[in-house]
Design a protein around this ligand. Structure first.
Ligand code: PMV
Length: 325
């Protein structure tokens, strides 16, 4: 029996769209910050059949199928290293992450699952190999294997391992915070797994992939390595709004942002201009607004967030990534 703990990561360069749907090979490189909270634990053991329980999510047939498919893919990937049976496991998920509110619970789930599997098998796997296993369940999960700032890079092939996670900088490099404003806790109707395969139908998708793989990912890496918040803000906000534009122009269109999201963005822009605050906004597949800021701005941004009526507020900082406990 083995337990792994992991947390969500929030992307600064967003992954949107696949170049291979079954293997979840991401169309574009991406980059995120791994959070220190909220966390979840996954405990696994060998079993005769697959069984999954979760403390805060109903295990529907669709959910169980996703695990089944992921474990089959992990097993075939492990077959390229050392053939190992991992499709029959007992899986217990003990989660403190509210599901489907834009807090990337699937990234935490599948990074913890991959990390736990690496502890169950009787040979060593590198973080890069564990990130590949995580990606087979959820593309963005590859980044939560790493503490600090994790990224995904593509290789020019269509193999199951053709898209890998890596660490840009660890959690001691730059202590950023994420003040999270959740306007709605309604479960979203279309999840990102259903949205990715349709991304190519946006007329602006190809240009987005070229911009990221051509220069934007590198600009974001440079901003992080040189701790240049202004540069990070520019590149992250541009990328976030461009991803939402692609989502809104794909077929069928996906609109994850709400009036509340736009109102908060306007207020944050006005606040940072008036008070010269190092804060940036970003949103994933939901109306939740993530306000990344430095130590200097944290108190003021948290104060602003707590004035939002009817919203849930979470406060997180940079975290250590998936680990065995
Ligand atoms: O890993 P998935 O399939 O949950 O996709 C994540 C998509 C976004 O959250 C919108 C962007 C990202 O890079 O995390």
């Amino acid at each position: 029996m083995i337990t792994a703990r992991s947390t969500p990561n929030i992307a600064l360069i967003k992954y949107w769209g696949n170049r291979h749907n079954e293997f979840r090979l991401c169309a574009n490189d991406s980059l995120s910050m791994t959070l220190n909270t909220p966390s979840l634990d996954i405990t696994i053991d060998h079993a005769d059949t697959l069984s999954i329980t979760s403390t805060n999510k109903e295990m529907t047939e669709k959910n169980i199928l996703r695990f089944k498919k992921t474990l089959e893919l992990i097993e075939s990937y492990l077959g390229t290293i050392e053939p190992t049976k991992v499709s029959n496991l007992s899986i217990k998920i003990d989660s403190h992450i509210p599901p489907a509110i834009g807090l990337a619970s699937s990234a935490a789930v599948f990074s913890a699952l991959a990390k736990a599997i690496s502890g169950l098998v009787d040979f060593d796997l590198t973080d890069e190999q564990i990130s590949i296993m995580a990606r087979l369940g959820s593309g963005s999960a590859a980044r939560s294997i790493f503490g600090g700032f994790g990224a995904i890079r593509n290789e020019e092939n269509q193999f199951i391992d053709g898209c890998k996670g890596w660490q840009v900088a660890d959690e001691h490099h730059w202590n950023l915070h994420d003040i999270i404003i959740v306007p709605s806790t309604e479960e979203k109707k279309v999840g990102s797994s259903e949205g990715h395969p349709q991304a190519q139908t946006s007329p602006d998708f190809a240009a987005r992939v070229d911009a990221i793989n051509g220069h934007r990912q590198q600009e974001c890496i440079d901003a992080i390595l040189s701790k240049d918040f202004e540069k990070l803000q520019k590149v992250a906000e541009e990328d976030c709004m461009e991803m939402h534009h692609c989502m809104q122009t794909q077929d069928p269109p996906l609109n994850y942002l709400s009036d509340e999201t736009y109102r908060i963005l306007d207020e944050v822009k006005a606040l940072r201009k008036a008070e010269h605050l190092p804060v940036l906004y970003t949103m994933d597949a939901g109306p939740t607004v993530h306000l990344f800021c430095t130590d200097e701005a944290k108190e003021r941004i948290a104060e602003y967030a707590h004035t939002q009526e009817g919203c849930q507020i979470f406060e997180a900082s940079i975290g250590p990534g998936a680990h065995l406990v």
